[in-house]
Design a protein around this ligand. Structure first.
Ligand code: ADP
Ligand code: MG
Length: 733
């Protein structure tokens, strides 16, 4: 992997949507957001503050006001990033902002209207146009995936069973970093195909949502495009570069009300913005630069965007604002968030020849299929030559007519026709013996069958080969028809202009910063009066600045107080819930059961859940099943500790190592037997019970009714009991 050590900061652009009717009807007309496009500044007015209070100013890489076009944003801020992805960098664009401020509009836009198409469809255009215009020695493979994070669960939007499927898991590998296991990935050969993938995912998203608005504003949608490109390197070998592009439409950044809800709803509410607040923490700790720990692992979203924030990707953040005065607080929070993100440094690098490149696999498979096809071709030629050599022909000279270079299928078809003709000839031959005729006809029939089979197999192989090959896009081919020169020129000019605007803005921003620094140096005073004036002016400026900072401190404090209160409320709710659960556990669950459960539980940080450990540890389980416990020394069979102690204690133990049983049965014989005996009324029988020798030993054995084979029909159990009885005295001695 080649490394480009230079770091670059996350690009942050801000976009403000036009004032809509609802804004106007809900609050005082007129927006609170002003933008200086030339300087890339956003000026925010506090509608509740007195007019004298200075307005808040934020500077960004670019700003787009309500009249901005989708195309402007794309050409100036997104195009360079997509170009980098096509060169093999990882890239991320994410839209952040309050619900209803235009995140989805910016990312997707209105598909039908070319003017209103958002970043994603424009990126599709861009990628496939680039491929069609690249040199023919380059091969490309484009894949797309679409997922959604809702309530901290990852759902595959391209999985047809996504509604019922379990949430997907995150995994980490040193090669690709963090990835989603078993995520569907569709190979796309054209703009149309990738648009279909996108629409399919959007539909799944809409279907999965019970309340569309609520769901879509609370879930994060990630569209992932992987562009693999194989190109010949200076060493003459083919190298593969893989660019991964994440297009992220985040959940609405507004604070969710968590108070007053309980149980499942509470858990849900606590989870809803977990990813966003974790994202905020990651941004803060990265922007701060001092903290050594970045809490990426706190949420699914931050783990997925790990590369994009402080990692090896190039990142653009689009912060969206609404101009309405009633959303002042949220707008200010968004601007602060965006302002912080500007300070994040990434170290982008090209992914060269990664092990998991699918393109390499495809190329190998295509080469294998091609070799198979060639082999078939060669084999069929050999066969044909053999057949020709055998020389049963009726003077037909068709074979010579077939040129060697002809396509194989045509040759095979011709072969088939030839065989048919030969068969006809044999049938028509009146001078041939019937037997001979039959044999030859059978042979031809078999050959035709073989040929047909061969033909089918070849066709299948060719279809597979073609399907495989068609997935790879080769540069220099006209995939889309608007690749004429004029269009190309226009795009180039647009890019140049965008570049120029960007440079101009950067210079302006630098000049402004320098201005402030050199204000002192430039001032030379001719008179005391002038000096006083200049210093008063400067004082005023600095005072205004001080006021701004004070106001900001106040704002930040207020915000912290608010979020602390909210956290405390959530904590209170959770504590109450916990007490309730404790009450149930302490009073209604037996302590030994509780302990058993507690001992088996372990926390799985990967899935953020408590899990039961298996009753028998997995490895010992298999051992246990395979291996019989070894006998204790001197005994024929395994024997428990208790049994050993019992044997040591006395002779009358049941726990013998030998296969001998002492049964101290204390049951009365079945009534039926007694009744039978009483019916028979044999007094000497009952006497024999009393005078039984076992009785005198104090061990009441199985009763005499079972010793009398006459009275009881014999059965295996009776036999064994009788045997026991006979053996017992011997063993006891
Ligand atoms: P979000 O995804 O942030 O919740 P949407 O993208 O759904 O917000 O935008 C809300 C509404 O505002 C939509 O009707 C959209 O068409 C409109 N809108 C947003 N941004 C713009 C813009 N820059 N120009 C025109 N209309 C916009
Ligand atoms: Mg949206």
């Amino acid at each position: 992997m080649s490394k480009n050590k230079s770091s670059e900061s996350v690009k942050v652009v801000v976009r403000c949507r036009p004032l809509n009717q609802r804004d106007q009807s809900n609050g005082p007309a007129g927006g609170i957001v002003q933008m200086d496009l030339r300087l890339g500044q956003v000026i925010l007015r506090n509608p509740r503050a007195p007019v004298t209070e200075p307005q808040k100013t934020f500077t960004f890489d670019a700003v787009y006001d309500s009249s901005s076009k989708q195309r402007d944003l794309y050409d100036e801020s997104v195009r360079p990033l997509i170009d980098s992805v096509l060169e093999g960098f990882n890239g991320t664009i994410f839209a952040y902002g309050q619900t209803g401020t235009g995140k989805t509009y910016t990312m997707q836009g209105a598909w039908m209207d070319p003017e209103k198409r958002g970043v994603i469809p424009n990126a599709f255009d861009h990628i496939f146009t680039h491929i069609s215009r690249s040199q023919s020695d380059k091969q490309y493979l484009v894949r797309a995936s679409y997922l959604e994070i809702y309530l901290e669960e990852i759902r595959d939007l391209l999985d047809p069973k996504h509604g019922t499927a379990r949430s997907l898991e995150l995994r980490e590998s040193p090669e690709t970093g963090v990835y989603v296991r078993d995520l569907t990935s569709c190979v796309c050969k054209s703009i149309k195909e990738i648009e279909e993938v996108m629409n399919m995912g959007n539909q799944a998203r809409a279907v999965g949502a019970t309340d569309m608005n609520e769901h879509s504003s609370r879930s994060h949608a990630l569209f992932l495009i992987t562009v693999e490109c194989s190109l010949p390197g200076p060493d003459g070998r083919k190298h593969i570069r893989v660019g991964r592009l994440n297009l992220v439409d985040l959940a609405g950044s507004e604070r969710q009300a968590k108070t007053g809800v309980q149980g499942e709803r509470l858990k849900e509410a606590a989870k809803i913005n977990l990813s966003l607040s974790a994202l905020g923490n990651v941004i803060s700790s990265l922007a701060d630069g001092r903290s050594s720990h970045v809490p990426y692992r706190d949420s699914k979203l931050t783990r997925l965007l790990q590369d994009s924030l402080g990692g090896n990707a190039k990142t653009v953040m689009v912060a969206t604002l609404g101009p309405a005065s009633q959303h002042y607080d949220e707008t200010l929070t968004t601007l602060r968030y965006a302002n912080r993100a500007k300070n994040i440094q990434n170290q982008p690098r090209v992914n060269e020849d990664p092990k998991d490149a699918l393109l390499r696999e495809f190329q190998t498979e295509i080469a294998r299929l091609r070799a198979q096809l060639n082999h078939r071709k060669w084999r069929s030629k050999q066969k044909k030559e053999q057949v020709d050599g055998e020389g049963w022909d009726d003077g037909t000279e068709r074979e010579e007519e077939i040129a060697e270079e002809e396509v194989e299928t045509e040759e095979e078809a011709d072969d088939y026709v030839r065989l048919e003709m030969e068969t006809e000839a044999i049938r028509g031959d009146q001078f041939m013996l019937a037997e001979e005729k039959q044999r030859l006809l059978g042979e031809k029939e078999r050959m035709m069958g073989d040929l047909r089979k061969e033909q089918e197999a070849t066709e299948q192989l060719t279809a597979k080969y073609k399907a495989m090959e068609s997935k790879l896009l080769v540069g220099g081919k006209n995939i889309i028809d608007h690749t004429n020169e004029q269009q190309k020129m226009l795009e180039m000019k647009r890019t140049e202009i965008a570049e120029q605007t960007r440079n101009e803005r950067e210079i302006q921003q630098q000049m402004m910063a320098q201005d402030e620094e050199t204000l002192e140096l430039r001032d030379t005073f001719t008179s005391l009066q002038q000096e006083v004036e200049a210093k008063t002016k400067k004082l005023k400026k600095l005072y205004a600045k001080l006021q701004c900072i004070k106001a900001e401190i106040q704002d930040v404090n207020d915000e912290h107080v608010r979020s602390r209160q909210e956290l405390e409320q959530t904590q209170n709710e959770l504590t109450r819930e916990l007490k309730f659960k404790y009450l149930i556990i302490e009073n209604f669950i037996p302590p030994e059961e509780k302990n058993k459960i507690m001992n088996r539980l372990t926390f799985d940080p990967e899935e953020d859940q408590w899990k039961f450990q298996p009753l028998v540890p997995a490895e010992s389980k298999s051992l246990q099943m395979q291996k019989r416990p070894t006998s204790a020394v001197g005994y024929k069979r395994p024997i428990s500790q208790y049994a050993r102690v019992a044997i040591a204690m006395g002779a009358q133990s049941r726990y013998r190592a030998e296969n001998i049983m002492f049964l101290e049965l204390d049951m009365s014989p079945p009534n039926t037997a007694l009744l039978e005996r009483s019916a028979e009324a044999e007094p000497n029988q009952s006497h024999s019970v009393d005078s039984s020798p076992t009785k005198s030993r104090g061990v009441r054995k199985s009763q005499s009714w079972c010793q009398n084979p006459k009275s009881i029909p014999s059965s295996s159990s009776n036999v064994s009991l009788a045997a026991c009885h006979a053996a017992a005295p011997m063993a006891a001695q």
